[in-house]
Design a protein around this ligand. Sequence first.
Ligand SMILES: NC(=O)c1ccc[n+]([C@@H]2O[C@H](COP(=O)([O-])OP(=O)(O)OC[C@H]3O[C@@H](n4cnc5c(N)ncnc54)[C@H](OP(=O)(O)O)[C@@H]3O)[C@@H](O)[C@H]2O)c1
Length: 290
Amino acid sequence: MLMRIYGQRNILFSKVVLGCYTYTKGVSHLISGSASLRFSRGFDESAMLGFSSTPGDNLRSLPKSDSLRSYQVVVAATREMGIGKDGKLPWRLPSDLKFFKELTMTTSDPEKKNAVVMGRKTWESIPLEYRPLPGRLNVVLTRSESSKITTGENVVICGSISSALQLLAEVPYCFSIEKVFVIGGGQIFRETLNAPGSEAIHITEIDTSIECDTFIPAIDLSCFRLWYSSKPLVENGIRFSFATYVRVGTAATLSPLTSEVKSNGDSNSNDFDVKNLTFLPMMILERHDD
Ligand SMILES: NC(=O)c1ccc[n+]([C@@H]2O[C@H](COP(=O)([O-])OP(=O)(O)OC[C@H]3O[C@@H](n4cnc5c(N)ncnc54)[C@H](OP(=O)(O)O)[C@@H]3O)[C@@H](O)[C@H]2O)c1
């Protein structure tokens, strides 16, 4: 039996079946073969992690930890950094949905999957028939212990961003999950976009003015540099392009899984040391070469 003690705190109600493991808050058990999954975690862990999950907390304030998984952000935003309206996407861009699916689903190792981390409202904005997003581990964040999120295979619920990133850094996910993508929405992006664990930002830059009610901060260009930008496309009268920014210069060493990217120090330069960019998805590396 694999047993791991997280602390002496009260066990609330967490349980997961991971194909081969169940985790109970505080203790994890190796089990054999079970089908459906429910995992809830992190509701009473924030103190242990030195981090409160109240609104406004930011991963910037987290102490560096070897046990948090790094991640890449995927977002579509207007020039004003608008990302949503009335709980939905305020545009219809089939090419962007295709890009999102390909980016978040593709793995270089066919034995592995990627994880997508999202807030509860973004989860609820996905039509029932399309969730969980197939072929990916769906990690849903909520602070509510009595959340009505319907769980099942490939759905994990976490009570804080740090507990999600910690979970993904642990067995079995450190082996079974190839990449972690944070996919929204506003509250989650505000805490993760420029935080130290964010190693790349894949942004669909929407160049047409569209009314939004959910906004995110600008990309911090003292930490990130443009690696790739596509030619502009137009769909449904909306002009947009795909861009990828990668973390440069400042410490991106939140975890051993985070790669630090070095540039030649010229802030306008696109002269990256490509061998340090192996964490980028192959489709992004290939796009850059096009
Ligand atoms: N353009 C894009 O790329 C994109 C991508 C995704 C979503 N969106 C849009 O963004 C909008 C939704 O964004 P939103 O800001 O309203 O909601 P959201 O970030 O998707 O979800 C917010 C919820 O997540 C939970 N949460 C937030 N921070 C947490 C933390 N630190 N720890 C644990 N749980 C946490 C809370 O759930 P509880 O209330 O259950 O505690 C909170 O109410 C929609 O319009 C959607 O279409 C746009």
